[in-house]
Design a binder for this molecule. Sequence first.
Ligand code: HSE
Length: 400
Amino acid sequence: MIQVAVFGYGTVGSGVVQVIDDNNELISKRVGDQLNVKYILDLRDFPGDKNEAKVVHDVNVILDDPEVAIICETMGGVRPAYQFSKDALMKGKCVCTSNKELVAAHGPELLEVAKANNCSYLFEASVGGGIPIIRPMNTSLAPEHIDKIMGILNGTTNYMLTKMSREGASYDEVLKEAQALGYAERNPEADVEGHDAGRKIAILASLMTGKTVSYDDVYTEGITKITARDFEYAKKLGKSIKLLAITENTDAGVTAMVAPFMIGADHALNGVNDVFNAVYVTGNMVDDVMFYGRGAGKLPTASAVVSDVIECARNLGSTLPCIWTDEKVEVIDFKNKERKFFVRVAIDKRGDVLNQVGPITEIRVCDEEFAFVTSAMSEKVFEEKISKLNGVLSVIRVED
Ligand code: HSE
């Protein structure tokens, strides 16, 4: 029997216990040995819960138990998860995590600690919830020079933008709904400001380069300024608005950004709605590959954690390789990238726009303002032109 412990009995942690229990027979067959959750670490007690007897409050009970071979770290946050994970790895216990904050901040260091102690640090659930993407990056896509990764990596904001698009609802209305449904936190900043997606694209960019792309170097813009009126224009243009996370690996260097984009009906990510996420990877040999699934939620995310547990259980005593070293990547300014821009302007500025911005495609949905899409130009050039205009109401990048 292989003994497992779960750190954090919240949404994902309780999902991990459920997946291991409900699918125990088939998981055991696939591992060739039975998996058992021996301990659950949490500050709280869970009276009446069928696993209440497994709950412990002292991490050392688990760390000092030589029977425990695999830890599922589903606590979230950097402290104390970082120290607990490091201590477990130093004792040769594998750690499987859903904690993107910790992976983005300390991934390469924890991978090294795992290697030095003949165990593994795996993080499939840290990006894209239930979508398999980390293991494919490490294995199936290993022959590739990855040129670009583009994804919808946050379930909460994708749910909100989908609602705004379908129902013409305001940002505040859909945020309240997302909070009531348990998608958005009471403090929704990490999701709506793009930080969560930023951490996830930093992890993917690191796997893309095999080095470390720091989350602090990811340009991040959230969805808080997107309005119902923006969606009226998007509809008229046959486009939708999505929070995209994009990293590119070109001869000039690596770029990484998160921002709302208007995307066309034919865009690969256009049909990704509600809490679903998708990751679109372009390799130099395989060309385009797309991964799609539930980006958040108890059982999908737990399933990804348990997929790592199974990999560890099949490979106890050795380290599963990961293409990620601590060599830092200098992220270059994405502002040389040429693209089109969608802009809304007060109606009395139309003359200025025609004089200063150059050829535009104009769109009208009301009398007091108008909107236009520019021709392709670099962000730098666009910023220069737009800084001279008064009465700009909204700017959204366009991805064809
Ligand atoms: N808050 C995250 C999301 C959870 O909405 O995608 C999964 O990382």
